[in-house]
Design a protein around this ligand. Structure first.
Ligand code: KG4
Ligand code: ZN
Length: 336
């Protein structure tokens, strides 16, 4: 039987990535060109700068991905591309490149939702079993997604203000860290303890929504107040307290979702899924309360944005006959 080989594109934010995926489950190559260094000095992603970098990098990434996978364009089965959500100018570069490549090589084009891509990063650990629930935590989103069957996504709860990663990046700035701060705060948190007891918004409410802006404000006020009275606060304790609050709320809501929906598998994915506090606490709690539930964490190296996950999600979309033509456009606010 002929192999299914997908060339996948990701350019929704500050990573240009192209991958070759075999049969939706095996990574032959996953080239990622990050722009973080260009955005750091601005304290966040500058959309115009992002678009320019994508333009410079995308054809280089295509060549490298094909070479590393030892695959010729004529070996490919399809092209998959992230068309939203994300920065419109950034998305457009990937969409235009994927369209051009598909057209030039007479290949079908598969449109992929970036958030579905994050979920399918878990596919590289093991097959997804339905009904499943995905806890998606990234820089732009924090949501619980119920998947009754393959290629069906229902958001049952989401953040009402900041995404978890966004809150990490914002408080990181207050601590003088460079963007993105999630990983640094995670590391610092392990050296401190929860001595500040920041609020845990909505933790016991009867819904699956989140809110992190109150926590962010409490954190910032605490730091500013200490500055005003010339008091030095322990940075590790600040980080640990912030992280404990985020983890407590996310874990509590996720356990509640596991109780309310009969699911066979829980998936943890998205940039913040790389957080060690979250990975470990969720594992431990699930083990204790739902030992029979299959818990799949996206591999650490595939939590951040990458094209491999887009290829895995594209394979599933293709199986469900989801195709696009040359009219495919970027959809910055795309929802499931
Ligand atoms: O999924 P992602 O790469 O991009 C989006 O689609 O948003 O997520 C990036 C976010 C950033 O906010 C970053 O600070 C956060 O993920 N992040 C972390 C960790 N690693 C990355 N947050 C907490 N702990 C981490 N270890
Ligand atoms: Zn992402």
């Amino acid at each position: 039987r002929k192999k299914n080989l997908i060339l996948a594109f990701e350019s929704s934010c500050d990573e240009t990535s192209v991958a070759v995926i075999e049969n939706g489950e095996k990574i032959l190559s996953n080239v990622i060109a990050t722009q973080i260094n260009s955005h750091k000095r601005f304290g966040g992603v500058v959309p115009e700068v992002a678009s320019r970098h994508h333009i410079e990098q995308v054809t280089i990434c295509i060549d490298e991905a094909l070479e590393e996978a030892n695959v010729k364009p004529s070996d490919l089965t399809a092209v998959a591309v992230t068309y939203g959500p994300g920065l419109v100018g950034a998305l457009l570069v990937g969409v235009a490149a994927a369209k051009a490549f598909a057209y030039a090589n007479n290949l079908p084009l598969v449109p992929v939702n970036h958030m579905a891509g994050h979920i399918y990063a878990a596919r590289f650990v093991k097959p997804i079993v339905f009904p499943a629930m995905a806890l998606l935590v990234s820089g732009g989103h924090t949501e619980l997604v119920y998947m009754p069957y393959e290629n069906e996504f229902q958001i049952i709860g989401e953040t009402r203000d900041d995404a978890a990663g966004e809150a990490y990046d914002k408080i990181g700035r207050v601590l003088g860290m460079t963007y993105p701060a999630g990983k640094d705060i995670d590391e610092l948190a392990h050296k401190g303890k929860d001595s500040f007891h920041f609020p845990r918004a909505m933790m016991h409410e009867d819904n699956f929504d989140f809110s992190f802006s109150g926590l962010k404000s409490a954190f910032i006020n605490t730091v500013h107040h200490a500055d005003q009275i010339n008091e030095t606060l322990d940075r590790a304790d600040l980080a640990a307290s912030f992280q404990q609050s985020v983890v407590d709320v996310i874990v509590e809501k996720t356990l509640w979702a596991c109780e309310q929906f009969s699911i066979k598998q829980l998936i943890l994915a998205g940039g913040v899924a790389a957080n060690h506090g979250l990975r470990d606490t969720l594992s431990a709690k699930l083990n204790e309360k739902y030992p029979d539930l299959d818990f799949v964490k996206a591999p650490l190296e595939l939590c951040g944005d990458n094209a491999a996950m887009i290829g895995a999600a594209g394979y599933v979309a293709m199986k469900h006959h989801v195709f696009a033509d040359a009219s495919l456009n970027a959809e910055p606010s795309l929802e499931f």
